[in-house]
Design a protein around this ligand. Structure first.
Ligand code: ARG
Length: 403
């Protein structure tokens, strides 16, 4: 804001068109301009000569002090700008008085879906889940501030193998439906997940349960609903604590009914090809610098995957909201997945690729330098972390009452 105002002032005072940006060296100055190189090229003169000249002219302005504290030319071609404090104060006060802080509102109001938090149901939340929730909520609030229609959808992982694993444990432990609570889920998920790694029979059984659940097995669906109820209320509690609010608590399961239609679309567009018994979409391009493998749509056993439900969900969102943009907030390890999904959506004409964006961020790692995983059961639970932080905060506050 201030930089645009300064730029406008310099233009009005006849100094010229200078783009002013935030300083790369806040220890030295508030703002800077890198335009000297461009202007000197246009004039066919050296950057030093041009830069010094601009700098002098600025310093000679009548009311220089009203706006600036210091404007310097820095070799080889930068202008370093320190702004007068009173001027900043006045501008900030003006912003404060304006309803939207004087931020320029976009001319076209668009519809955004923001997909974040997306925890996998039946697994306890850990510290790693904090980032998607906070980043996603912040992005959503910024977009909403700009008066765009903003739809927040959590997209829970509520239909995957982890549900099969928990149902396996419930049947094995002969638990009744009322016995299923968050404590039980927290205990059995890491346990069965570890078991699956070493025991092929258990692994097969869990996949079979997952598939039958998705095909509509009544008993499994009843258990699934209970798992969902227990787990989602825990997720909601954590989201509330972080101040994240969603318009829709949809999950992968809600996209399921759109799978046949998306499959038909891919078939009609001749995009689905067979590869070792599975159905895939080739998404690589000649211009790719690194290889982008095909998107796996359906496994040879007929099971759909994460990418298939994301495509189905795109169809659902198109029908429900017809958004201009969809933003996905997850860590960067999912970058390839989203690239494959976005390319497929573009190829089949569902959404142009540039309307879909993955906002990837880094992972939160444990002491071993590797990202936390719920299935190890070692990551600190998010809720406990909140309590610990609160306790530390209170004790610090008591130690130092002046704080
Ligand atoms: N459930 C996923 C996970 O835990 C995140 C979901 C992100 N959203 C999406 N539409 N794929 O990794």
């Amino acid at each position: 804001m201030i930089n645009q105002i300064l730029s406008q002032i310099l233009k009005e005072k006849g100094i010229g068109n200078l783009t002013i940006t935030k300083s790369d060296r806040p220890d030295l100055c508030d703002y800077q301009s890198n335009d000297v190189f461009k202007i000197s090229k246009e004039l066919g003169k050296s950057p030093q000569e041009v830069g010094k000249n601009i700098c002098e002219r600025i310093n000679l302005l009548d009311n220089f002090d009203k706006y600036f504290e210091k404007v310097e030319f820095i070799f080889p071609g930068f202008l370093n700008i320190k702004v007068n404090d009173d001027f900043i104060n006045k501008e900030i006060t003006k912003m404060k008085e304006n309803k939207k802080f004087n931020v320029k509102m976009p001319e076209k109001k668009e519809v955004f879906v923001v997909d974040y938090c997306g925890a996998n149901v039946a697994k306890p939340l850990h510290v790693g889940h904090m980032r998607t929730t906070i980043v996603g909520e912040s992005v959503a609030r910024i977009i909403r501030f700009l008066d765009h229609k903003t739809i927040c959808d959590v997209h829970l992982g509520d239909y995957g193998l982890q549900i099969g694993q928990v149902i396996y444990a419930i049947l094995r432990d002969k638990k009744q439906i009322e016995d299923i609570d968050i404590k039980y889920l927290d205990k059995v998920y890491p346990e069965v997940s570890a078991l699956c790694k070493n025991d092929e029979i258990v692994r097969e059984e869990c996949s079979k349960i997952t598939k039958e659940l998705q095909e509509g097995n009544d008993r499994y669906r009843e258990l699934w609903k209970k798992i969902l109820e227990v787990s989602v209320s825990d997720i909601k509690k954590n989201c509330d604590y972080l101040g994240a609010h969603f318009d829709y608590w949809y999950g992968e399961s809600d996209a399921y009914s759109y799978l046949p239609e998306i499959e038909k679309l891919l078939v009609d567009k001749k995009l689905l090809v067979e590869s070792q018994g599975a159905l895939v979409v080739n998404v690589s391009k000649e211009s790719d610098k690194k290889e982008i493998p095909p998107l796996l749509f359906k496994k040879s056993n007929g099971a759909y995957l994460y990418a298939s439900t994301d495509l189905a969900c795109l169809l659902q969102r198109k029908k429900d909201f017809n958004p201009d943009h969809i933003l996905y907030v997850t860590d960067l390890r999912q970058a390839l997945h989203f690239e494959q999904v976005f390319r497929t959506a573009d190829l089949c004409g569902l959404f142009p690729k540039d309307s879909l964006e993955h906002l990837g961020y880094g992972t939160i790692n444990g002491m071993d330098g590797k990202p936390f995983k719920t299935r190890d059961g070692k990551a600190p639970k998010l809720e406990n972390l909140f309590h610990e932080i609160k306790d530390i905060f209170i004790s610090k506050k008591e130690e130092n009452r002046n704080l």
